[in-house]
Design a protein around this ligand. Structure first.
Ligand code: HEM
Length: 170
């Protein structure tokens, strides 16, 4: 094991133990605002990636295949997806599902609508991952105009999801 990995493990192990202990010893009602905070932090990180990645695709389209610029875009896209977006999506889902259970929210109509839109957002995540793979293999055939339009989808979904979660109109 290298030094970096050992430090990561030394930091992650007590953190994980503290999280497990909190779930065992702290009541769901007291834990709720903490999990909600975690949910919001994860959602912000996930959305940042979902909104920025299509912008990278737009610039990547203009970079010549095999050029240094193109290889740099590949690295940025892969790291953004793997190190930020996918972990953030998993944490947002886990915290959200826990709150549905702890808050007994399964009957709420606003939540049903929100879940449909969040599933669509997860689909946008899956499509973004496919586009990252296409660029990595130098087989992108889509235009910058396509990626500009694609960029609007997570924006629209985000606006409606936040209104549903905060206003709870029905
Ligand atoms: C990934 C799947 C998701 C699930 C299962 C989920 C579920 C939930 C649940 C159960 C709550 C607590 C509601 C309450 O206590 O009244 C919540 C809060 C919230 N969610 Fe999500 N959510 C998800 C994704 C998202 C996304 C993608 C966004 C934004 C784009 C978002 C924005 C919010 C906001 C702003 C709140 C705070 C609402 C408030 O306390 O006023 N959620 N979510």
């Amino acid at each position: 094991m290298n030094g970096g990995r050992a430090i990561q493990l030394a930091l992650a192990a007590p953190l994980l133990a503290a999280i497990v202990a909190a779930f065992i010893f702290v009541s769901p009602a007291r834990l709720y605002p903490w999990i909600l905070s975690l949910h919001i932090v994860a959602v912000i990180s996930w959305m940042a990636g979902l909104l920025y990645l299509p912008r990278l695709f737009v610039y990547h389209c203009d970079a010549e295949t095999g050029s240094r610029q193109s290889e740099t875009f590949k690295l940025m896209e892969r790291r953004l997806l793997r190190q930020i977006m996918t972990p953030a999506m998993i944490v947002a889902w886990a915290a959200g599902l826990w709150m549905i259970w702890a808050g007994g929210l399964l009957q709420a109509h606003w939540l049903h609508a929100k879940l449909v839109l969040v599933l669509l957002l997860s689909g946008v995540h899956g499509m973004s991952a496919r586009y990252v793979r296409d660029f990595a293999a130098d087989r992108n055939r889509r235009s910058p105009v396509f990626y500009r339009a694609f960029n609007e989808v997570p924006t629209l979904l985000m606006v409606v999801i936040v209104i549903l979660a905060v206003v709870k109109p029905f």
